[in-house]
Write a protein that binds this ligand. Structure first.
Ligand code: SAM
Length: 239
């Protein structure tokens, strides 16, 4: 229970309650990350304290954007080892979550995590984000899309915004400086049907880390032409 208090403080900061059962799920998830990381590349962060701070608390802070607490369905695009999707789901166990990643080894890991810590209503998808958002069963079906460390805002918007219902949100977890990305990505966001509504600064307890959440509201349908063929968004980002 070494990191119980710091996790509890982070949850308090975003207005969520925390308890021993929740802590236990995070602790088991941490053990699985360390175990699997020896076999497949999941993360460069392997120290317990850093896993709690730079992965778990960083992801919990996404709830600084409180409307996310009301979302019933969320897709995490380019989830990797499950960030931010798994921490979101541990904190809000009643939501429907989709974890999508193009690397199958990571999806296999996530299936094990979901079983081991008994998370319900989680779908894992192995594939490119651009391929699945064209399918009617996924297009404009989620209340929110979230993503961390996958691409710049312009590219990421093409990967994420098509999944969201009109009126829903895309929350992009970004590093300390976002001004240039926002300047470069603003037009792409608008083409895809979104509008940058806010930038929320987040801090991580007991560390100097400063991150930003870019909040994009979907205000109209994404035109049928998007997303373009897989890989095009990063080769020719919308400007
Ligand atoms: N979101 C995780 C995190 O913050 O730790 C993982 C970040 S990792 C740097 C980027 C992940 O995005 C990788 O697992 C990669 O396979 C996935 N990815 C990149 N482009 C993608 C795409 N077009 N569709 C699906 N997954 C993608």
């Amino acid at each position: 229970m070494k990191y119980f208090d710091i996790m509890s403080d982070a949850c308090k900061d975003v207005g969520l309650s925390f308890n021993k059962d929740i802590y236990s799920k995070f602790d088991q998830y941490k053990d699985m990350i360390k175990f699997w990381n020896e076999k497949i590349n999941l993360t460069a962060i392997v120290d317990d304290e850093q896993i709690f701070k730079k992965h778990f608390i960083d992801c919990i802070k996404i709830f600084k954007f409180s409307p996310l607490k009301e979302a019933k369905s969320i897709i995490d695009v380019g989830t990797g080892a499950g960030f931010p999707g798994i921490p979101i789901k541990i904190m809000k166990q009643d939501l429907n979550l989709i974890l999508l990643d193009s690397l199958n080894k990571r999806i296999n890991f996530l299936n094990e995590v979901v079983n081991k810590i008994s998370l319900k209503n989680v779908a894992t998808i192995h594939g490119r984000a651009e391929d699945f958002s064209r399918k009617p069963e996924y297009r404009e079906k989620s209340d929110a899309a979230v993503s961390r460390a996958v691409a710049n805002l312009s590219v990421l918007s093409e990967l994420c915004i098509p999944y969201i219902k009109v009126g829903g949100y895309f929350v992009a977890m970004k590093g300390p400086s976002v001004e240039d990305e926002i300047k470069d990505g603003k037009n792409a966001v608008s083409i895809l049907g979104g509008k940058i509504e806010d930038v929320i600064k987040i801090n991580i307890e007991d560390s100097d880390l400063k991150h930003n959440l870019v909040i994009i509201k979907k205000i109209k349908e994404t035109p049928k032409a998007y997303p373009r063929k897989a890989g095009t968004a990063s080769k020719k980002p919308l400007r």
